[in-house]
Design a protein around this ligand. Structure first.
Ligand code: CO
Ligand code: ZN
Length: 333
């Protein structure tokens, strides 16, 4: 799983440009599923057939990562950018981003002395930040207006902790791949759906769920953990297991489904915790409201520093998520 995750986080895939991630996942999952297709939006749908009479269960993880798009290049070659998804400005100074063509950019802020060295307590607004791509003038800029970037990729393992710029949601993609590899003769048809454009409002999942028309759906995504100094209270801790979603800023998980997940975890002795997330949401929100409505829930991977350039998750939680999902789709009806 670690090797797979490392490949995933190194692959370029800001929202709207997920194709390289889709190609990697297609290659990795192909030996373990019965069919694979990609829909017109770019969602990758891989199907593992179950036994006759089983249900159609959709598992979703999003391929996109938060990013930036160049909106203007000035005469001196400095680029202005807009965030694609919710990028935390607090993490920007000195951060590196990477474009599809390999160009590296470094963030700086206007009036750096006042904005950063003698801070007033206020972070510069988006239009005060610029991206330095090393160009001496506009004509020499190696990128164009409209080009997209993502935070510079890296991967570290320290004990059970895993750190990378795009654990949201490549850790979820790695969990789905692990489930696909572990599955043998599931009772249900399992649809592994790797979605696009989650970070700008869970959009890919809308179209994919309509297409799949599942009997139930489970999103796998990161959530906050509340175990850092003075974190807002929440009952989710890194390393304590799969977080079974109760509610977030966009949905209430289907009660029967979340109880079934709890029962599965209990029966199998898989560590789990209950997640009540005050804000934010996942693809499960879109799954839930598809067509006539779909019982939907989510299994979350606790994470620290979400939407920063260095997100941290715990390997044991990822394993718990994979084992819980595997057991659930293998047995449940
Ligand atoms: Co996110
Ligand atoms: Zn996410």
């Amino acid at each position: 799983m670690i090797e797979q995750l490392e490949k995933l986080v190194h692959t370029f895939g800001p929202t709207g440009q997920e194709q390289a991630v889709a190609e990697l996942i297609r290659t990795e999952i192909a030996p373990f599923v019965d069919e694979i297709r990609q829909d017109p939006l770019g969602n990758l749908i891989a199907v593992k057939k179950g036994k006759p009479g089983g249900k159609k269960i959709m598992l979703a993880a999003h391929m996109d990562e938060i990013g930036l798009v160049v909106s203007h290049i000035d005469e001196n070659g400095f680029c202005r950018v807009r965030p694609v998804g919710y990028v935390l400005t607090a993490t920007l100074v000195g951060s590196r981003v990477r474009f599809a063509n390999g160009t590296i950019g470094v963030f700086g802020a206007e009036d750096e002395d006042k904005a950063l060295w003698k801070p007033t307590g206020k972070l510069p607004a988006w239009d005060k930040w610029y991206l330095d791509v090393g160009a001496e003038n506009k004509a020499a800029a190696p990128v164009q207006v409209g080009d997209m970037a993502a935070f510079y990729p890296f991967f570290h393992q320290q004990g059970n902790r895993l750190i990378a710029q795009s654990m949201d949601d490549r850790s979820g993609c790695a969990v789905l791949l692990a489930v696909a590899k572990q599955l043998s003769a599931p009772a249900n048809d399992v649809y592994f759906v790797f979605t696009v454009q989650e970070e700008i409002g869970t959009k890919g999942a809308v179209a994919a769920t309509y297409d799949v028309h599942p009997d139930m759906g489970i999103a796998v995504d990161v959530t906050f953990s509340a175990d850092t100094p003075k974190a807002a209270p929440m009952a989710v801790v890194l390393g304590q297991g799969a977080a079974i979603k109760v509610m977030d800023g966009g949905m209430i998980a289907h009660y029967g489904l979340r109880q079934a997940l709890v029962e599965t975890a209990e029966a199998a002795g898989i560590p789990y915790q209950m997640e009540v997330l005050p804000g934010g949401t996942t693809d499960a929100r879109s799954i839930q409201l598809s067509r006539e409505g779909v019982p939907a829930g989510a299994i979350s991977i606790p994470s620290r520093y979400m939407h920063s350039k260095a997100e941290m998750v715990d390997l044991r939680d990822m394993i718990a998520c994979a084992n819980l999902l595997t057991r659930f789709v293998t047995e449940s009806a």
